[in-house]
Ligand binder design. Structure first.
Ligand code: SAM
Length: 372
């Protein structure tokens, strides 16, 4: 996968890191330019620089970092042709499916190839990924990327409707990952593709509970066991720098105070928003417009304004969780700082539910024959 050379070369795919939210891939092509709000760059100027370099723009407008792609960076930078799998789910699926060096895996559909890149790095050249995609243009684009990223020997990409036509291998793979709108239609096909000489695994990724229930029924009917559903949610951590001279209890006090201030502000917003709503309903001016609830300002015919978001009024007690405490030795005359992190209470990030199951071969499938 990708270049392992120290320096950027012609034809390399590099990751251009501009900000935490602006990360994009770039194919180094002499004669081409890269322009962004962080300045103007010539690809030719990037050739020969070490990966990881910070490069200033030609017009002095800013700088970029030129990074070597990894599956993690690729997931953050790739061109989206579909919804994709993100790292928290990828890591969990990889672990539960026991994907490791040398594993043989099926995935359907390929989509934008986010999951594929991580799988290929994990299984390495001793393993194999059979990837299926029924949208022809998406399949072609993914194939082009897999070739450019040096993955062609490890991935076999087939343009195919797996729910209708099944997979191209039988009794071969260690695990199957289905990221499809109707995974239940592919469960029997998946069973055929899984090897029968050991316990194998399956994972189905579905955004809603109705889909999960249909998948669970199909898995049960097909004889899968240990059916378990998980949801991966991310809990971000707020990291602060605080003078090291403070004691731990003083640090906790400060964090609690800032948390309380934020909470008070939130409650004030709720109170104001409820008051505004009461005033509006007295005038009877709540309206539905284009499916969105709106409030008219200044009576009928006035300016349309979106209704403020209704916030959850349940106030949880302030909880401060310390996850790390890194001190540095201060230089003479310098105040040292420590990094403290606080888990943010609100947990966001639902993408889908993950339904896992195992297929344990029967003694007959395993080559063990009863003497009865
Ligand atoms: N896991 C992918 C990733 O991480 O980039 C994203 C997969 S995307 C959400 C789902 C893909 O499945 C779409 O590209 C769609 O065209 C494909 N698909 C849907 N039904 C299919 C089927 N029956 N057979 C093969 N591919 C299918």
């Amino acid at each position: 996968m990708w270049s392992t050379d120290r320096e950027v070369a012609v034809g390399d795919v590099v990751i251009i890191w501009q900000t935490r939210d602006i990360i994009q891939p770039l194919l180094i092509t002499p004669g081409k330019d890269f322009n962004s709000r962080f300045g103007h760059y010539r690809h030719a100027d990037l050739i020969g620089i070490p990966y990881g370099s910070k490069v200033g723009s030609r017009n002095g407008k800013g700088f970029i970092h030129v990074l070597r792609p990894t599956p993690e960076l690729w997931t953050m930078a790739l061109p989206h042709r579909t919804q994709i799998l993100y790292l928290a789910d990828i890591a969990f699926i990889t672990s539960w499916l026991d994907i490791r060096r040398g594993s043989r895996i099926i995935e359907a559909g390929t989509g934008s190839g986010s999951f594929s890149h991580s799988v290929v790095r994990t299984i390495g050249s001793a393993g194999h990924l059979w990837s299926y995609e029924f949208h022809e243009a998406r399949a072609d684009k993914a194939r082009e990327e897999f070739n450019r990223h040096g993955m062609a020997d490890i991935v076999t990409l087939t343009h195919r409707n797996v729910c209708k036509d099944g997979f191209t291998v039988t009794d071969t793979v260690d695990s199957v990952f289905l990221d499809l709108p109707a995974p239940w239609d592919a469960v029997d096909h998946a069973k055929k593709a899984l090897r029968k000489d050991c316990t194998t695994r399956i994972c189905c990724f579905s955004p809603c509970m109705e889909q999960v229930l249909r998948t669970v029924s199909a898995l049960n009917d097909a004889g899968f066991t240990d059916i378990t559903m998980y949801e991966t949610l991310l809990r971000p951590h707020d990291v602060h720098q605080i003078p090291a001279a403070l004691s731990l209890s003083e640090i906790i006090d400060r964090l609690k105070k800032s948390e309380l201030k934020r909470e008070e502000k939130r409650l004030r917003q709720i109170a104001n928003s409820s008051k505004r709503k009461r005033d509006d309903s007295v005038d009877g001016v709540d309206q539905e417009e284009g499916g969105k609830k709106v409030k008219r300002e200044g009576g009928a015919g006035g300016k349309l304004e979106e209704e403020p978001e209704v916030l959850d009024t349940t106030v949880e007690p302030v909880k401060v969780v310390f996850e790390g405490h890194m001190g540095t030795t201060p230089a003479p005359g310098q105040v040292s700082k420590v990094n403290v992190s606080k888990a943010i209470q609100e947990v966001r990030g639902h993408t889908s539910y993950l339904t896992f199951a195992r297929l344990v071969p029967t003694p007959a499938e395993n080559g063990v024959h009863s003497s009865v």
